[in-house]
Design a protein around this ligand. Structure first.
Ligand code: GTP
Length: 599
């Protein structure tokens, strides 16, 4: 391959501005496939859940051949990136393997919080940035306003902006030309020792682990002996190739190429994203600069609703882990729920995706415990411990003080919502650190807030108080002192360990009330009265009662036909399978989930 004809680029954008649709249009234009299957709307989003939620979770790569106006055929390597904050680390991986980025802006929305965050990340990696205004077919498109923002807010050239509609395909040819003209070809040399950057990997049931890499220097050749520099493991290269809606084999990947490599690697956990592949002989002296380590920020335990399903849960988690190195877990057990796993997630969206996949792909009913962030607890005896599980919170008498993780949020909003957003941030214990007018109509608010407040319901509240117009992005900034208490939930006097949570003292009363009310709404009446209480230490902070009720499902059809009766009883049994017994009370799976939900 001639690397002067190669262009490596990614598409970055705020969520929903149309990255996946645009990527789709590229592939279609390049005639990599002929007809569009009705079931598969967006080709790059392969997982069902992604398709349903319309979000891109795993970055994917594809090579598009394109014959430009100069008559030459270029190889355009597109790396698709996700837009949600939980998965922002995927963006940085993708960016490191490219020379250029298309910064997509929705013509009806303009610049939003993640547009800025992505721009900064692309600038840090010295990428050439092509501004793209998408959705120009919309009646509400305001191209002039977007051009102004590109100039004023982003400091990019309005003249270099390409106008497109990913929906109709308008402007896509111009965009291909802009990619060829504005983005530099890759610079590496085949003659130097091999340095290939691992930017992703996925697991294939037949082939094992498929490593996605960008070759910066040297040649990655079938049959050669290679070494992953950080993990220091040697492997033999079994196959290499390019991504073209599937894997297309070739003999070698050269400097500048983006492609895949298959070695004997068995599980995703043996591959460190950000690691450098080099050859055993004539090895590179130094690895390429790696990536930030991905650290989970939300922790929760997963239990099967039916304790007999534990073995199936074990295999479900192991299977998920094959394809999701960011999911971390260890064995856990609970008095109320039996055996399960303590898991770490990148955010609430990641947690929900894992939950859905376990339920859908493995057909298991599961219960999640209240999610928690990681706290640092300073003990009176000088010990310092990390705690993400409320059950491990030590006796308060022995605690000197606790610290919790804080973030800096940047919120971009039309100015009329500033008042309500400030109220919301204050309610979430936010401290304002900045407020900038971006132009006459739009304001950027900067707040420091506890991560725990942002994770659990902030996003929905922000969207509702701003009628969907405000957008936000955040970064962890470190730990700050907090006043933490452990709140336990008692059902008929029995603590349900899975419902315990660590909360800010000032919010505990309100939180306790919420949890009790929600549980009251979810636990069906039973043959005796049920008391639901929230307690901090020995003090009850909230209480609800569910009155007794005798439920006889067959009563309606006395004298009726027996098969109908049997069906009803079976249905009730089905329902029972999704219940957990706590003491003498049956708690449905939905009750555990309801406690997690935001308002
Ligand atoms: P994530 O993958 O979730 O980050 O979102 P995305 O940025 O990839 O957005 P996506 O491609 O899923 O598009 C979001 C929505 O905008 C979808 O409903 C698309 O159909 C729509 N959309 C994308 N491009 C256009 C366009 O050019 N015109 C119009 N009218 N709608 C578009």
């Amino acid at each position: 391959a001639d690397s002067t004809l190669t262009r490596n680029f990614c598409i970055i954008a705020h969520i929903d501005h149309g990255k996946s649709t645009l990527a789709d249009r590229f592939i279609e234009k390049a005639k990599l496939y002929v007809s569009r299957g009705p079931a598969q709307d967006q080709i790059l989003d392969t997982m069902d859940i992604e398709r349903e939620r319309g979000i891109t979770i795993k970055s994917q790569a594809v090579t598009i051949p394109y014959t430009a106006k100069d008559g030459k055929t270029y190889e355009l390597n597109l790396v698709d990136t996700p837009g949600h904050v939980d998965f922002s680390y995927e963006v940085s991986r993708a960016i490191s393997s490219c020379e250029g980025a298309l910064l997509v802006i929705d013509a009806s929305q303009g610049v939003e919080a993640q547009t800025l965050a992505n721009l900064y990340m692309a600038m840090e990696h010295n990428l050439t940035i092509i501004p793209v205004i998408n959705k120009i077919d919309l009646p509400s498109a305001d191209i002039d306003a977007c051009l102004h923002q590109i100039d004023h807010d982003l400091g990019l050239e309005p003249e270099e902006t390409v106008l497109v509609s990913a929906k109709t395909g308008a402007g896509v040819d111009e965009l291909f030309e802009a990619i060829v003209k504005q983005i530099n070809p890759p610079e590496g040399k085949d003659s130097l020792p091999l340095q290939a950057l691992i930017f992703d990997s996925h697991y294939d049931a037949y082939r094992g682990v498929i490593v996605h890499c960008r070759v910066f220097n040297g040649i990655l050749e079938v049959g050669s002996e290679v070494r992953f520099m950080h993990t220091d493991t040697p492997y033999k290269v079994e196959e290499v190739g390019f991504f073209q809606l599937g894997l297309v084999k070739t003999d070698a990947l050269h400097a500048g190429d983006v492609g895949y490599v298959i070695t004997g690697v068995k599980t995703i956990s043996d591959v460190r994203v950000g690691d450098t592949i080099t050859t055993v002989k004539n090895a590179a002296k130094n690895p390429l600069p790696g990536f930030k380590d991905v650290k989970p920020v939300v922790f929760s335990s997963i239990y099967p609703v039916d304790t007999n399903d534990y073995e199936e849960l074990v295999s479900a988690i192991e299977r998920l882990k094959l394809n999701d190195a960011s999911l971390i877990y260890e064995k856990d057990s609970s008095a109320a729920l039996g055996f399960g796993f303590r898991c770490g997630f990148l955010g609430m969206l990641h947690l929900e995706v894992v939950q859905e996949r376990i339920e859908r792909e493995f057909g298991l009913s599961i219960v999640f415990t209240s999610p928690s962030v990681k706290y640092i607890v300073h003990m009176k005896n000088g010990d310092v411990i990390n705690i993400d599980n409320p059950l491990e919170y030590p006796d308060p008498m022995r605690v000197e003080y606790a610290e919790e993780p804080f973030i800096q949020a940047n919120i971009i909003t039309p100015s009329q919502f500033v008042g309500s957003l400030i109220t919301l941030c204050m309610e979430k214990r936010g401290v304002q650190v900045g407020m900038n007018y971006l132009d006459e109509k739009r304001v950027e608010l900067l707040y420091e807030m506890p991560l725990s407040e942002v994770l659990f319901e902030f996003y929905d509240r922000m969207k509702s108080v701003s009628r969907g117009y405000a957008s936000f992005d955040y970064q962890l900034i470190g730990y700050k002192r907090t006043d933490l208490v452990r709140m336990d939930i008692l059902v008929n006097g029995e603590p349900v360990d899975a419902l315990s949570q660590l909360v800010f003292r000032g919010s505990s009363q309100l939180r306790g009330k919420q949890v009790c009310e929600r549980l009251k709404g979810e636990i069906p009446r039973q043959q005796y009265k049920i008391a639901i209480q929230a307690a901090i230490g020995g003090t009850i902070v909230s209480r609800e009662t569910i009155n007794a009720f005798r439920k006889d499902v067959t009563a309606k059809c006395y004298g009726g036909d027996i098969s109908r009766k049997r069906k009803l009883l079976e249905k009730q049994k089905e329902g029972k399978k999704r219940m957990k017994m706590v003491g003498n009370v049956e708690i449905p799976q939905s009750a555990f989930l309801a406690v997690l939900k935001s308002d």
